[in-house]
Design a protein around this ligand. Structure first.
Ligand code: COA
Length: 324
């Protein structure tokens, strides 16, 4: 049965742009190295008055406006983040309060860079079982707050931002293959790789927020293998070939991962939405941010078949196929 339908998208970025050249004044790196190894040219960095919730609220408002629906009709908010405003309560409850749709369901999902894929599937399940009729699914991060700005192997890779989508419950009857909605989705996790990508702090261990630690080359190798495998699974579940895809909206970690994954599946690079040059890796925000950019600039249109995919710390990874 076709799943929840996407009614609108929105995104938000901090005011301040930080270029590679600006970073090179602070750490031992260069614009040439960053562009050649990652494709990143700039990132947005939150200022003191910009937090995960302020970015999430702005993205949510933009998605509601795009969908043409009132905040009052939202019965479920699922917010993916690894950088919440506070350890608790969930940042989703701050979004709910700001939008004035109190009383429904609101919670955060922690799956780092795959967080938006996890959040979409959780929201789709709750909508499918009738727990709510309409949902906001948000990916929002201020990763700049957990970066070690002395560590050139990680600090050049990430940025801040938020993206959001409005989902509506499935119609509840059999739909044809061209009907809008989520057609298939898969999620995975493998805790064996904790030490390849993690934050070295937390409330229950160090009582500090900690900093991102990553073994980049190992993560790179796992990312290409895991992402191609999950994309194949979702295509098989939906009974469609890679050729049928209009667009792939991948997690924006590194242009080389996007190229290698598309190549492995025989997907033309022209069908892959790439925004990593402008935003760097915004973790859970990157997929909805890229989706919003490509819808607003007219590339992704109603009726298109779109694959969303991501991989992140945990490891966690997943993909979701949706007809817009
Ligand atoms: N500027 C300049 N040089 C740098 C640098 C920087 N910012 N960061 C690392 N280097 C150096 C290294 O010290 C190393 O030098 P050495 O050869 O003298 O030891 C050299 O560049 C190559 O480093 P390496 O880590 O092997 O480079 P790489 O080609 O694997 O690229 C990443 C590094 C991090 C860009 C790449 O591995 C990557 O993108 N991995 C995936 C990360 C990711 O996507 N994580 C998020 C998943 S959600």
């Amino acid at each position: 049965m076709t799943g929840s339908r996407l009614l609108g998208t929105g995104s938000a970025l901090p005011r301040r742009v930080v270029t590679n050249a600006e970073l090179a004044e602070r750490v031992d790196t260069s614009d040439e190295w960053i562009v050649a190894r990652t494709g990143i040219r700039q990132r947005y960095i939150a200022e003191d008055d910009e937090t995960t919730s302020t970015l999430a609220i702005a993205a949510a408002r933009a998605a509601l406006a795009d969908a043409g629906v009132d905040a009052a009709s939202i019965g479920l908010i699922v917010l993916a983040t690894a950088t919440p405003d506070n350890t608790f309560p969930a940042t989703a409850t701050k979004v709910q309060q700001a939008l004035g749709c109190n009383g429904g369901i609101a919670f955060d999902v922690a799956a780092v860079c795959s967080g938006f894929l996890y959040a979409m599937s959780v929201a789709d399940s709750l909508l499918t079982t009738g727990m709510a009729k309409r949902a906001l699914v948000i990916g929002a991060e201020t990763f700049s707050r957990i970066l070690d700005w002395e560590d050139r192997t990680t600090c050049v890779l990430f940025g801040d931002g938020a993206g959001a989508v409005v989902l509506e419950a499935p119609l509840g009857e059999a739909q044809g293959p061209d009907a809008p909605g989520i057609l298939a989705a898969r999620l995975h996790a493998d805790g064996a790789h904790h030490d390849l990508l993690y934050v070295d702090g937390g409330p229950s261990t160090t009582q500090t927020t900690g900093h991102v630690r990553m073994k980049g080359p190992e993560v790179f190798r796992h990312a290409v293998v895991n992402l191609s495998a999950v994309l194949k699974e979702v295509l098989e579940d939906a009974g469609v070939s890679a050729d049928a895809l209009d667009w792939v909206v991948p997690h924006q970690a590194n242009a080389r991962i996007l190229d290698a994954t598309a190549k492995k599946l025989g997907i033309s690079p022209d069908k892959v939405i790439v925004t990593v040059q402008d935003h760097a890796n915004t973790s859970a925000a990157s997929v909805p941010l890229a989706l919003d950019v490509a819808r607003k600039d007219g590339r992704i249109k109603a009726g298109d078949l779109v694959m969303l995919e991501a991989m992140g710390g945990g490891f966690t990874w997943g993909a979701s196929l949706i007809r817009l």
